[in-house]
Design a protein around this ligand. Structure first.
Ligand code: ADP
Ligand code: MG
Length: 678
């Protein structure tokens, strides 16, 4: 008996090979299959009599095969299979290319359903390379109505996966529906069984919509529920009240070589006010690349240290952690604080005694214990989801001493999105750049202009500036032909700029080597730094004014904007030169995308464009930088987000332990585990 927990290998016609392929897609059990949703549907709902066919458009035809034969077209060196299919009204020519085996499957006299595009050639209609399905019963799944399309992997076809879905779809009735009945009723959501059946085999577009509404609510609701549970936990805890040290803070601010922007002031004020309360803060600080988030964070760190409590600052990479260490040491040099580094490759011996500890994920390992941690800041951690926040919450905290929490991000997420993702976090936004920032002049450079571009780079460097060169991947063996950093480094160092010093940075270097490379570049001992995308986040070298990106089309707009944000941080005019691969220069889509960077300089505008160009599946920054556990389309559904939040809030208020909802509790645990694995 096949059940939800049966392995896919137990299904009819699934052998060892197929089950391994399915495993690659994460499809291990029947239940996994049911929750593997189509990403689009072909519309073959236009079932037309042959006599009524019109050229240009999709159609579905049902008829009998009158004739089928292979021909070899010598001129074009292709196999052509031609068939004649007729229904009561007329007959139609059908053509397939390079599928000679079709004559073995489709025989004269077969009843067949065809779905595809109708074209006209010399006054005669024909169907070219249609999908086909032999008719044994009336239950067609590949060629009739709305036909689901799934993401595939090598060795698997749409037909195979649809066939499997058809086989298991009946088991949808056994999937426990964990969403409380009254919520479904209030919001008009389908039962899970119906939603599953309709998402795979919809009868009409309305059925798809209703199913999507229910299924996307799942994620939003679980996330909000988790957020509300965390919020509930936080309410019961006590944070450490950090008294605002007005005098020292003002002195510090006035000692800076620049004026804080109003937005920085406002954000800092919101944070410092939260810190004064004896309840743990949960706040997200959002600001575009270069908007000066570090400084706002520094004001919080300063106040905690002045209160003789500890604070940590966690960065996503060791390079960035070191950079924060250096800049904070400089910024806070007037004060007598101990600032320590704690990363995989280096734990400052006295970190336990330090006021401020800067590091990577190494900071929140099980064994690490801080003496009196009052504030945890996480920088540029786009992946920081609700689960990791639970980790921080549990980490180094007790009922009467839970650290305040602040997350810094440059991902330009609108308020609704922040609400969907974080639910319980308060939001501060820096929507203003420091004055005097000049837009970074951005250009797409074709191969023909490469020598001129190199001359320009040379001039800039001779005038005292420095340049980053970013390349997509590390190995030349990369079959996509991405420029290898090593090769690029060799070329620039030996051939193009033999008189200049060129550094090389990539992920395979040892920590010590990376550190040395960065130190050389910061000190100006190297003038060009060739790097993989490791420099993407946060690196701050004010004297660098050139950002050169090879194979630019290989990166998303979000990443390119991050790269570009590495320059334009000092007083000099900065430039970003985008070099697309040669074969991409004629690709309109690529060029449109890159041109957006030449015209727009803020993350929000670029986000909108990315959304338009790429569709909801790969929205700006999100697919690259996190939130894998969310179906991103649902994130923009503000109405549903608000509803999910209200329902989760009410439910948690009424039953904080979810005692009345065992199924829901189980589902939540399952969901947390699943996002934890990613
Ligand atoms: P991000 O928000 O991307 O983390 P940073 O905090 O690294 O940006 O700041 C970028 C640069 O701008 C740093 O060199 C910083 O010293 C400088 N900076 C920060 N605030 C201001 C300001 N108000 N005026 C001028 N420069 C500033
Ligand atoms: Mg930063």
């Amino acid at each position: 008996m096949i059940s939800l927990s049966s392995k896919v290998s137990e299904l009819y016609r699934v052998g060892k090979t197929t089950s391994l392929i399915l495993k690659k897609l994460g499809l291990d059990t029947v239940s996994d299959l049911l929750f593997y949703f189509p990403f689009r549907y072909d519309d073959f709902s236009r079932n037309v009599a042959i006599a009524d066919l019109k050229p240009d458009g999709n159609a579905n035809v049902i008829g009998t095969v009158e004739l089928i034969q292979n021909k070899k077209s010598f001129k074009r060196k292709v196999f052509v299979t031609e068939a004649l299919v007729s229904d009561e009204s007329d007959s139609l020519k059908v053509i397939w290319f390079n599928q000679p085996f079709l004559t073995r499957t489709i025989k004269v006299g077969d009843k067949i359903s065809l779905a595809g595009r109708i074209t006209e050639n010399q006054g005669q209609l024909a169907m070219i390379s249609p999908l086909y399905e032999k008719i044994y019963s009336e239950d067609l799944i590949h060629t009739k109505g709305l036909v689901p399309n799934y993401h595939l992997t090598a060795g698997l076809t749409q037909k195979q996966i649809r066939f499997l879905m058809k086989e298991v779809i009946g088991l949808a009735s056994q999937v426990p529906d964990w969403l409380p009945k009254d919520i479904k009723k209030r919001l008009g959501l389908l039962d899970l069984e119906r939603a599953l059946k309709q998402i795979h085999f919809p009868k009409n577009p309305a059925e798809i919509q209703a199913a999507q509404k229910r299924l996307s609510f799942t994620e939003l609701f679980l996330r909000q529920l988790k957020a509300q549970l965390i919020k509930g936990q936080l309410k019961q805890r006590r944070g450490i009240a950090i008294k605002f040290q007005e005098e020292e803070t003002k002195k510090f601010v006035s000692s800076l070589p620049f004026k804080l922007t109003d937005a920085q002031r406002k954000a800092a004020w919101e944070i410092l006010r939260d810190l004064e309360k004896p309840v743990p803060m949960s706040r997200l600080l959002e600001g575009d690349v270069g908007s000066g988030k570090t400084l706002v964070a520094a004001l919080a760190l300063l106040n905690v240290a002045l209160n003789q409590k500890q604070a940590i600052l966690m960065a996503p990479t060791e390079i960035l952690a070191r950079q924060h260490l250096n800049s904070l040491k400089k910024l806070l040099s007037e004060f007598d604080f101990k600032i320590a580094l704690l990363i995989q490759s280096q734990k400052d011996p006295d970190w336990e005694e330090a006021d401020i500890i800067i590091g990577t994920q190494a900071l929140i390992q099980e064994k690490i214990r801080f003496k009196n941690l009052a504030l945890a800041i996480v920088d540029e951690q786009h992946r920081f989801g609700v689960n990791q926040r639970q980790k921080i919450l549990d980490f180094n905290s007790s009922l009467d001493q839970t650290p305040h929490f602040l997350s810094l991000t440059a991902t330009p997420i609108p308020r609704s999105l922040a609400l969907a993702i974080y639910g319980d976090l308060d939001l501060s936004i820096i929507n203003q750049m420091p004055v005097g920032r000049k837009p970074i002049i951005t250009q797409i450079i074709t191969e023909a202009r490469r020598p001129a571009a190199y001359n320009f780079i040379r001039e800039q460097i001779n005038a005292g500036r420095q340049a980053f060169v970013v390349c997509p991947l590390i190995d030349e063996s990369d079959r996509l032909g991405a420029k290898s950093v090593k090769k690029e480094h060799e070329k620039l160092d030996k051939e193009i700029f033999p008189e200049l010093r060129v550094g090389l940075l990539h992920g395979k270097l040892k920590a010590k080597e990376k550190e040395a490379v960065m130190a050389d570049f910061l000190a100006g001992r190297t003038q060009i730094l060739v790097s993989t995308s490791v420099i993407e986040v946060g690196v701050d070298v004010p004297n660098a004014t050139l950002m050169i990106i090879e194979g630019a089309e290989r990166f998303g707009l979000a990443q390119l904007h991050q790269f570009r944000g590495r320059v334009g941080r000092g007083e000099h005019q900065s430039y970003c030169l985008l070099f697309p691969s040669q074969e991409e220069i004629t690709n309109d889509k690529t060029i449109t995308r890159l041109e957006a960077l030449t015209k727009y300089h803020d993350g929000f505008s670029l986000a909108k464009i990315d959304l338009k160009l790429r569709g909801a599946g790969e929205i700006y920054g999100l697919s690259q930088s996190g939130f894998p556990e969310l179906q991103i389309a649902s994130l923009f559904d503000y109405e549903n987000i608000k509803k999910a939040q209200a329902e989760a809030e009410a439910l948690v208020a009424d039953d904080p332990e979810l005692k009345k909802y065992p199924l829901l509790k189980e589902k939540l645990g399952e969901w947390e585990r699943s996002i934890h694995l990613e």
